[in-house]
Design a protein around this ligand. Structure first.
Ligand SMILES: Nc1ncnc2c1ncn2[C@@H]1O[C@H](COP(=O)(O)OP(=O)(O)OP(=O)(O)O)[C@@H](O)[C@H]1O
Ligand SMILES: [Mg+2]
Length: 231
């Protein structure tokens, strides 16, 4: 479903016109419904891999394919369509502060002109998955970190995305909430989505026994079926 064929990514630095190689000759195949952990030191290229999958960046060399889309060749409109098929979860949640939990989650449906009844039904169906039905009317600043991230996950999954890109989703959470969020991502993976999770958390990597891709300076150091944390 997702292919990286000899992909390198150079960022151009405005300041001194130099380039920075963020990914170097990466080869990768991720199948539908896989759960993949990206790990590696800061700056090793984890977020860059996610940005190439979502079309936010294009490869400098090589080919990135998501389904039958070639990221180098697609235009703005197709990128927008692609992003509708992806759910995003970030370390800093990125919730809208002046909207309630309900509204934050509903926001992901709003571009589609759905009827209010349908939106309400879908939002509550999704809040039930993340166990937040009773917080529907709360604002983000009234939520714990774990609740904020569960709201963000609800927003990410409401459209039943094919792919979820979770970029250090537990980076701001305590160990209890971290476990909670990982369990939730594992549950979502069982249902429908391919999950790509980046993390620095050794316990997550060692406990969940999923495929682990370890990056170092933009290169794949290891790619193991049931990997362990080795940096
Ligand atoms: N927009 C950009 N312009 C220039 N350099 C960039 C840009 N984005 C990333 N880089 C550089 O590319 C390299 C890879 O960055 P990336 O964000 O993919 O790493 P990461 O593994 O996600 O790191 P972290 O764990 O800190 O999130 C780093 O050296 C970074 O400084
Ligand atoms: Mg990153």
């Amino acid at each position: 479903m997702i292919y990286f064929n000899n992909v390198s990514k150079d960022y151009h630095l405005e300041l001194n016109k130099a380039t920075k190689r963020a990914l170097d000759s990466v080869n990768l195949a991720i199948e539908k419904n896989e759960f993949v952990i990206l790990c590696g030191k800061t700056g090793s290229g984890k977020t860059t891999i996610m940005k190439l999958i979502s079309g936010e960046e294009k490869p400098t060399f090589g080919e990135v394919k998501v389904g039958d889309l070639n990221i180098s060749e697609i235009g703005e409109r197709q990128i927008r369509n692609l992003r509708q098929r992806i759910g995003f979860v970030f370390q800093d949640f990125k919730l809208l502060p002046y909207k309630t939990v309900f509204e934050n989650v509903a926001f992901a449906l709003e571009a589609n002109n759905y009827k209010d009844d349908f939106i309400k039904k879908e939002v509550f169906r999704t809040l039930e998955i993340v166990n937040l039905e009773d917080k529907a009317d709360s604002f983000p600043n009234e939520l714990s970190g774990g609740e904020k991230q569960r709201t963000a996950i609800a927003r990410a999954i409401i459209r039943k995305p094919e792919i979820i890109l979770a970029d250090e989703p537990t980076g701001n959470l305590d160990p209890y909430n971290t476990r909670d969020i990982i369990k939730l991502l594992l549950k979502i993976n069982l249902n429908e989505s391919t999950i790509i999770l980046s993390t620095h958390n050794k316990d997550i990597v060692n406990n969940i026994q999923k495929r682990v891709i370890t990056l170092d300076k933009g290169m794949i150091l290891r790619d193991e079926k049931q990997g362990r944390y080795v940096i």
